[in-house]
Ligand binder design. Structure first.
Ligand SMILES: [Ca+2]
Ligand SMILES: [Ca+2]
Length: 494
């Protein structure tokens, strides 16, 4: 039975893609891998990048982070099958599709399982800890991708070392958040896992341990993290259990847990990363009962940005281009630390209603769809904001969308091929056609029946029904019938 472990997964935000570094190890036959893969979130397919020129030696347990300023991936250290821990630093350049070896004069000691994330304020890749059994490190280093130099960061009060911890940048508090990992070995072959949260203030160069009382169970490999600025959360799936999602809010210093349906099976050492631009997280592979997995899962939210609200898993095992990817496992310590604020869009839709005024009692839905598709990448529903006839949606991923809106009384209206770039995009959807009492996006006999059942009633009366009050004047009468009649037989989207 071959044994493989360790790979890295991270997001490449400019291209909305994931890069997967398959530095796998097969200990029995000493065959490690050094292939590099990219996952396209739009097409849900893997591509082997096969970088040109010299490639890093195959290894496992290395660390990676994406530097969006340089548009490069930084990789440090890891375990070489013959030489043990390494201390080399490589840069993968997205544009040239090549690895660049570096030769800094000062660098972290040879090690595996460090935590790495990008600090956009200081424009450095930050490395924390790692291990070379029996040593577990707690030092912090900053890598300057432009000058290809490492600098140690010194602290008046350093924290205990740990390896395989999740490290993410928290743009709201301008801090790094560190969670989980392991801090000790015991004989024979045991590991002490942590469930502590630490925050690292990059301005003050100080650690804090807010230590919330209600915490997820301690997690080692298989504990994953990402940051979402919309809910200021660090999220983990503790104990390799993917139907139990814990999210940490750094403002309130509290954890909340939720159950996620239809989740991947429990497994160790899967690779996991979060892409803030599509608000999706990707999970790949891992090990289960000595078997190596190569399934791909996407975690996405149906409600709003930031993976808050209702979170669902999407399985994409059979997506194109994936057949040739090797089963493997990884620790997934990396995540995309980029603040939403850098490259996000705002949408400001406005509309009017035929023969009526926008109502704060109506439900209003906005859906953003990849062009020509029927599965939204983002939906937003409100019963309060639409009363003014316009509102702003923040924190959207820049892209080209078909945008559909629906007011509960009206037929939906679609604007195809809308380009959302950075900044605010204003769209006037014009006058929405009313008459859809039951909300099925068709004006037909069913709506007429609802109107008929409430005709000549007003608010407070036994048979009053707000739905067929199409003009919103609080009475169901001939005026509502006239509005419905004008659209009878139509359906949305218009
Ligand atoms: Ca209807
Ligand atoms: Ca009315």
């Amino acid at each position: 039975m071959s044994y493989r472990e360790e790979s890295q997964l991270l997001t490449e935000n400019q291209n909305k893609d994931m890069i997967y570094n398959g530095n796998n190890g097969d200990i029995m036959d000493s065959t490690y891998l050094n292939d590099l893969w990219c996952f396209d979130l739009t097409n849900r397919s893997w591509t082997n990048l096969t970088p040109v020129g010299e490639n890093p030696e195959a290894r496992s347990y290395s660390s990676m982070a994406y530097d969006p300023t340089m548009q490069q991936v930084v990789m440090f250290g890891g375990w070489h099958w013959r030489w043990g821990p390494k201390s080399d630093t490589w840069i993968y350049d997205w544009h040239s599709n090549g690895w660049i070896p570096t030769s800094p004069t000062n660098f972290p000691s040879r090690r595996c399982e460090s935590s790495m994330a990008y600090d956009p304020t200081g424009e450095k890749v930050i490395l924390f800890g790692g291990e070379y059994n029996p040593e577990i490190y707690g030092d912090v280093w900053a890598f300057d991708s432009l000058n290809q130099t490492w600098s140690p960061l010194t602290f008046a009060e350093p924290i205990q070392g740990r390896a395989l911890a999740g490290l993410v940048y928290d743009p709201d508090q301008r801090k790094m958040l560190l969670y989980g990992g392991f801090y000790g070995f015991y004989f024979p072959g045991g590991i002490y896992y942590s469930n502590a949260v630490y925050s690292l203030d990059m301005d003050q160069l100080s650690w804090a341990n807010p230590d919330p009382t209600d915490r997820p169970p301690p997690s080692g490999p298989g504990c994953y993290s990402f940051h979402s600025s919309s809910n200021r959360a660090l999220a983990v799936f503790p104990s390799n259990n993917y139907d139990s999602l814990w999210m940490y809010n750094s403002y309130s210093n509290s954890w909340t847990s939720s159950h996620v349906e239809n989740s991947p099976s429990s497994r160790a050492a899967a690779a996991f990363a979060y892409d803030p631009f599509t608000d999706q997280a990707i999970l790949f592979g891992g090990t289960r009962e000595s078997a190596f997995l190569r399934d791909t899962w996407l975690l996405t939210s149906t409600c709003t940005t930031g993976l808050d609200g209702q979170v669902v898993w999407i399985y994409s095992e059979n997506s194109g281009g994936q057949d040739s990817i090797t089963a493997r496992a990884g620790n997934g310590v990396d995540s995309n630390p980029i603040a939403h604020d850098w490259l996000t869009s705002e949408l400001s839709p406005s509309f009017s209603l035929q023969g009526a005024v926008p109502s704060s009692t109506a439900t209003f839905t906005v859906g953003l769809y990849p062009p020509g598709t029927s599965t939204p990448s983002f939906t937003y529903t409100t019963t309060t904001l639409a009363g003014a006839g316009s509102f702003n949606l923040l924190d959207l991923a820049p892209s080209n969308y078909d945008i559909k809106i629906k007011e509960s009384r009206a037929l939906s209206t679609l604007r195809a091929g809308v380009e959302l770039s950075t900044g605010t995009t204003t769209i006037d959807f014009g006058e929405l056609r009313v008459g859809d009492a039951n909300g099925d996006d068709v004006v037909n006999i069913l709506d007429f029946a609802i109107l008929k059942g409430a005709i000549f009633t007003w608010g407070g009366q036994p048979n009053f029904d707000r739905r067929p009050d199409f003009n919103g004047d609080g009475v169901v009468n001939i005026m509502d019938f006239a509005l419905m009649k004008s659209n009878f037989g139509r359906w949305g989207p218009i």
